[in-house]
Design a protein around this ligand. Structure first.
Ligand code: FPP
Length: 227
């Protein structure tokens, strides 16, 4: 693909830095998460002109249960409020919601809200995939177990049972807040993804930051192991 510009079809984001954002402003952590939701909302509202087929956001990891109960409850409540308030907008804007991770073991009322949201957005055109109670190692183990059950374990049968099977290949992974690690997110899918680690804290991340990362991606030469 040398010399040709490429357009990203699928971008995933590790939204990190809500706590530090709040701390720097002398605010409680909860405020950081609130502003984090605002940043999600603004991004989803403005993403369509970028021509992405799928935007995947890491909202709650399998490891986030280790946080203090109060913070976990706060994140779950933000989730409830977000679905309730933004679902009509998703439907109006042709957003197709997809959830990855072990979301069916979340609180029953959240599961019911998500099922309804999936149903209401099923005819949408641009996918917003939200990782909830998501851990990539767990996802790969689940997929491998399913592949074993059909008697054939190889990279194709494992990929065919990942939560992301119906999403386009991941082109670009972005992590905010300056941390440089994957934190159990899309490990399999990152095999040939480009990576962008940006210093911006998640609540300050805007569509302009996403545009810049996508423009940078467009210039990169991807070889997929070839030369
Ligand atoms: C990382 O910040 C962020 C999270 C653990 C959760 C991400 C969640 C949101 C942006 C809000 C919920 C999203 C939706 C879609 C309702 P951190 O707390 O780890 O920040 P720190 O590393 O600075 O402490």
């Amino acid at each position: 693909m040398a010399g040709e510009e490429q357009r990203a079809r699928h971008v995933a984001i590790i939204m990190d830095g809500n706590g530090r954002w709040a701390k720097r402003k002398g605010l409680p952590r909860a405020m950081g998460h609130r502003r984090g939701v605002e940043a999600v909302r603004e991004l989803v509202r403005n993403v369509e002109p970028l021509g992405l087929e799928c935007l995947t956001l890491y909202a709650f990891s399998s490891e986030n249960w280790k946080r203090p109960e109060e913070e976990v409850d706060d994140l779950m409540n933000l989730m409830r409020k977000f679905i309730k308030s933004d679902l009509p907008e998703f439907v109006a804007n042709n957003v197709k919601l997809k959830i990855i991770g072990d979301w069916q073991s979340l609180a029953p009322d959240i599961v019911a809200m998500l099922e309804d949201a999936l149903d209401q957005t099923k005819d949408g055109k641009h996918t917003l995939a939200v990782a909830l109670n998501y851990g990539s190692q767990q996802e790969i183990a689940r997929a491998a177990a399913k592949a074993a059950a059909i008697g054939e374990v190889n990279e194709k049968t494992i990929a065919a049972h990942l939560d992301t099977v119906d999403l386009p290949p991941l082109d670009l992974l972005i992590r905010t807040s300056g941390e440089v690690r994957l934190s159990n997110f899309l490990l399999w899918q990152c095999a040939y993804a480009e990576m962008a680690f940006v210093d911006t804290l998640w609540p300050d991340f805007t569509i302009e930051h996403l545009k810049a990362a996508m423009n940078d991606f467009a210039e990169r030469e991807r070889r997929f192991g070839g030369r």
